[in-house]
Design a protein around this ligand. Structure first.
Ligand SMILES: [Cu+2]
Length: 332
């Protein structure tokens, strides 16, 4: 615990909290920030930690939305991703925006559901030989598996998930877009997946092989990394899982958060290789190149504002470059 406090101070963070001893602080929120926050791979968690994480997510699914009556707090994140998120895909802000988005989700878990752990990642490179066999889909120790093809689909290329902790849970929002435009519909439906199989699935798997990841981490600039991360690597998972995941309402699928924590980790790993230079390296198009394809591209800047649609304060890209800041304070 003392070590964690020292680390926080070195990062310049949490001065008011750092002065509190654990005895003085009865607020569990404060204790959270005083403990070491290292994000782990799903398989590295103890079964009890996995359960706590799942319980936290289920808790948000039971809480009412803070924006739309009749939907849940969990749903808020899918609508946020489909309304504000499209600006940040196929753009430089893809990485910092999702870093802040997942952080906002983690904060909701902690503050609204008393979750005391951290976000967790799914290192899909461990499953590059067979995505379908990943323990992430386990019905007892994971997030449930593929949709049931015998049921009437409630969305294209997706069937209701009928096993695991999120079986037959309802999602309020559905988007027809997968990053090339804005679209959001009120359309209550079951959590849906439709795993891709055959040769196409094998092609996707080859894009997250250890060799592919080596190439990704070997990129020499943020701009090149961005293309590798978002298009070559990140897109693999929605294209494989399909259903809810393959839409701008992808946070409907709880595995979205483990996927994006892994994407964030890849950026972090890339930064760690030359931290001094890369902690402020940021470049690329400011706006979504596929939505605004006829517009002259504006170059992104560290001073660009990162918006969270009122669910969290607007901040600057600059504030999201390091994970070891007052705001974020985590590592992998
Ligand atoms: Cu996204």
């Amino acid at each position: 615990m003392l070590k964690a406090l020292t680390d926080r101070n070195r990062h310049g963070g949490y001065q008011p909290l750092a002065r509190l001893s654990l005895e003085e602080s009865s607020d569990p929120k404060n204790i959270l920030y005083l403990t070491e926050r290292r994000r782990k791979e799903w398989r590295a968690l103890e079964p009890s930690e996995q359960q706590q994480y799942i319980d936290g997510v289920l808790c948000l699914m039971r809480k009412p939305s803070i924006s739309t009556t009749g939907s849940t707090r969990y749903d808020d994140f899918a609508s946020l991703h489909a309304t504000v998120g499209p600006m940040t895909h196929y753009a430089a802000s893809f990485l910092p925006w999702h870093r802040y988005f997942t952080h906002t989700f983690e904060k909701a878990l902690a503050e609204e559901c008393r979750f005391s752990g951290t976000l967790v990642y799914w290192d899909w490179t461990l499953d590059a030989s067979n995505f379908t066999a990943s323990p992430i889909w386990n019905s007892d120790t994971g997030f449930g598996g593929n949709g049931d093809p015998n049921l009437e689909p409630q969305m294209p290329r997706g069937n209701c998930v009928v096993d695991g902790p999120f079986a037959n849970t309802t999602r309020t929002w559905q988007s027809d877009s997968n990053g090339h435009g804005f679209n959001l519909r009120h359309s209550p439906h079951c959590l849906s997946r439709g795993f891709l199989t055959g040769e196409k699935a094998e092609q996707l798997q080859s894009r997250v092989s250890p060799a592919a990841l080596q190439r990704l981490l070997g990129q020499s600039s943020y701009g090149k990394l961005l293309d590798e991360v978002e298009i070559q690597t990140h897109n693999v998972i929605p294209q494989f899982v399909r259903g809810d995941f393959y839409r701008m309402t992808a946070p409907n699928d709880p595995v979205f958060y483990l996927h994006h924590t892994q994407v964030d980790r890849l950026w972090w790993l890339w930064q760690q290789q030359d931290l001094e230079a890369r902690i402020n390296q940021y470049e690329g198009p400011k706006n979504n190149m596929r939505i605004f394809k006829n517009m002259t591209q504006v170059e992104a800047s560290l001073e660009d504002i990162v918006e969270m649609g009122g669910f969290a304060d607007d901040i600057l890209v600059r504030d999201l470059m390091s994970t070891q800041s007052d705001l974020l304070c985590y590592s992998y």
